[in-house]
Design a protein around this ligand. Sequence first.
Ligand code: MEV
Length: 313
Amino acid sequence: MVVVSSPAKIILFGEHAVVYGTPAIAMAIERRIFVKAETLSEKKLVVLTGRKKVSFPLHILTPEGEFRYVKKAVAISLENTGYSSGIKLEINSEIPRASGLGSSAAVSVAVLKAVHELYDVELSPEELAKLGHRVEREVQGAASPTDTATSALGGVLLIKPGAGIERIELNRDIPLVVGCTGIKRSTGKVVAGVRELRDRHPEIIDGVMECIGRLVLKAKCALESGDLKTLGELMDINQGLLEALGVSNLALARRIYSARKAGALGAKLTGAGAGGCMIALAPEHQEKVKKVLGKNSFITTTARAGTKVESLE
Ligand code: MEV
């Protein structure tokens, strides 16, 4: 039996502009998904969550329908390890689903790691990130490597389109309050909306993207030196630029302004926008900020560890 956990992620800076080639900064946060894996004598995959218990034949783990990320991660693990015994997975998650916090990436890498551990097959964090990206690609058709890399590797990462991923060495952990609007939206649709805006006003929107790119490089320096005041300022500027791209909305803006008023050093939406979640940088006044953000909010910080083995028997 093995228990593995993987963290959720947020985008600290640079969402949307990253689609046009500028770097972005992603951070793993201390909200985890836990996967307990055990072998079974019968050739089937049994998935247990707080809500239900579902069983699938091992030879047809199609990446469709419910638990498609889990099924694909198990299929790739069996292929990679050469084992084919039955598996029981018990999944418990602290990560809100469909909110842009990377829950499908986290479950994918946690299942991959758990099944490899179960069969005692070594998997480095980098290999895990690659396999996790493959799971997301094969389930979704296309996927950015950001979520799976952040959940596998942990900490804070600089995502450089076409040039890989670099770890940012933090001077101190980043204290955040996350507020979720509960509004679900499709990332693809929001990204398409930005593309249409750019098609209409390329001479303006290209400038916004460049500006976000410069801001990301300044934010990297502020993270390395632990300068939270500058980070907060840069978050507010990034939010203004995301407003210019048309991806914020009233539910996000209300929370962002309330968090700033309650004492946050800076606040912005995180991820695709048009719903989903926002983040507030709050080294102090955390409870006050959480209160103004309402019931779907939580206090969190950098998850230095990515996917990790919690226990092994
Ligand atoms: C979504 O989490 C981040 C976007 O930049 C899209 C992407 O990078 O794939 C909006």
